[in-house]
Design a protein around this ligand. Structure first.
Ligand SMILES: NC(=O)c1ccc[n+]([C@@H]2O[C@H](COP(=O)([O-])OP(=O)(O)OC[C@H]3O[C@@H](n4cnc5c(N)ncnc54)[C@H](O)[C@@H]3O)[C@@H](O)[C@H]2O)c1
Ligand SMILES: O=C(O)C(=O)C[C@@H](O)[C@H](O)[C@H](O)COP(=O)(O)O
Ligand SMILES: [Zn+2]
Length: 365
């Protein structure tokens, strides 16, 4: 049953289908002319991958299951190379396809493998975490990490379609739901304040994987992402303070630095949560937003059980890690900030004192 279908209209339009019992639709999306499909999945999604493999077989498509490491450990050059070897040994051609079923780590890797094998084979993403449904599996950013930083190697490569089966969220641990909600809340601050109202009105309902509130939050967040990506797929339209796709990076400059500093022990959404409060503090100190909007960030995110502080002694390390952020231009750090609710903009090269003061406001001993 489809709850909503959201179109992404960038280079090659495709739909993000949100609903229940949707996995039967995967073979049709993989495509008629396709002979074989590699099904990349983490160990936690083995059963789901087997069901998908069964459905593909029934549709006359030969499945090749590829078990990839769980979590961030999947996003390495070594794992990508292992996937290329599997495709190479199986003789995958351009009439074959890649399906990524799992969280954002799996769909980022699967997308990168699909983008790079033979310079591009068909890709279908099947996100099974909240975070991947509302963000990672949608919009064509694919990639892996390097020792120097997060997502430093990758490609913009669009899927042929995205299947968000809400039923899979029922087995998702609560901390993973919270992490996904951080990206949902991000969409609220940058574009759709109704998201914030829904979460503030009933945070427990937002965390109920089987309830209607979460389904509505998924639809709204996917719509925000689709609108932004449709206007600026390759993140190339920011000029001066005006921001394009980079708006989706709200909270990510510090967030990615924290993830790397923690050697990926923090979940992505947890790091982004602290990162959002940090840029709200930065925008406030730059005279762009009032303190009530900063407090709204803190209250909403703590209300969801997400972190909003980080170690005071890590500041110098984090500054160095932020320098490799993709938004940097030369030595100039660029941050996505708000000029008001749902008014994202770029703040380039803030004074070191301003940065340090904003960090002090989110730091703890
Ligand atoms: N490409 C993009 O635009 C984009 C956007 C946002 C985030 N990301 C990336 O996504 C990654 C984070 O994704 P994530 O939060 O989904 O983490 P994840 O992929 O590591 O998944 C989190 C955990 O949930 C488990 N899991 C997945 N589905 C499950 C289910 N239905 N039931 C039980 N357990 C399940 C996984 O095995 C894993 O242990 C990060 O690498 C981040 O950089 C990419
Ligand atoms: O889709 C985008 O664009 C985003 O920035 C979404 C982010 O939530 C996501 O974490 C993305 O992977 C970050 O991209 P990066 O370019 O900063 O690596
Ligand atoms: Zn993110």
């Amino acid at each position: 049953m489809t709850v909503a279908s959201v179109r992404v209209s960038a280079d090659d339009p495709y739909d993000v289908v949100i609903g229940h019992h949707l996995h039967d639709r995967i073979p049709a999306l993989v495509g008629d002319g396709v002979r074989r499909a590699a099904v990349l999945h983490p160990p936690t999604m083995l059963d789901a991958a087997e069901r998908v493999a069964h459905a593909l077989t029934a549709a006359g498509i030969e499945p090749v299951k590829v078990d990839v490491p769980d979590g961030e450990a999947a996003k390495t050059a070594q794992v990508a190379a292992r996937c290329w070897s599997v495709l190479g040994s199986a003789g995958f051609t351009r009439s074959d396809a890649v399906v990524g079923i799992g969280g954002g780590s799996t769909t980022d890797l699967a997308g990168f493998v699909a983008a790079t094998w033979l310079r591009g084979v068909r890709l279908v993403t099947v996100p099974t975490t909240l975070l991947a449904m509302v963000d990672a599996a949608v919009g064509g950013k694919t990639g892996i990490n390097t020792p120097e930083g997060k997502n430093l190697v990758g490609a913009f490569y669009e899927p042929a379609g995205v299947i968000c089966d809400l039923d899979t969220l029922v087995s998702l641990p609560v901390p993973e739901l919270r992490s996904g909600l951080a990206e949902v809340v991000k969409c609220g601050f940058i574009a759709d304040p109704e998201i914030l109202t829904l979460v503030e009105t009933d945070p427990a309902a937002a965390l109920d994987p089987a309830g209607p509130v979460l389904a509505e939050l998924v639809r709204r967040a996917v719509q925000v992402k689709a609108t932004v990506v449709s206007a600026d797929l390759r993140e190339s339209t920011s000029v001066g303070t005006r921001v394009g796709r980079e708006a989706l990076n709200y909270g990510h400059t510090l967030g990615h630095a924290i993830e790397q500093h923690e050697q990926y022990r923090w979940r992505h959404g947890e790091a982004i949560s602290t990162g959002m409060v940090f840029v709200a503090e930065l925008a406030h100190r730059a005279g762009l937003i009032d303190h009530q909007l900063v407090a709204r960030h803190r209250d909403l995110l703590t209300g969801l059980g997400l972190p909003t502080t980080y170690r005071a002694d890590a500041y110098e390390d984090l500054r160095a890690l932020m320098a490799v952020d993709k938004k940097s231009r030369g030595a100039t750090l660029r941050f996505v900030v708000l000029h008001g609710l749902a008014r994202p903009a770029i703040l380039a090269g803030p004074e070191p004192e301003l940065l340090a003061a904003a960090y002090a406001a989110v730091s703890r001993a």
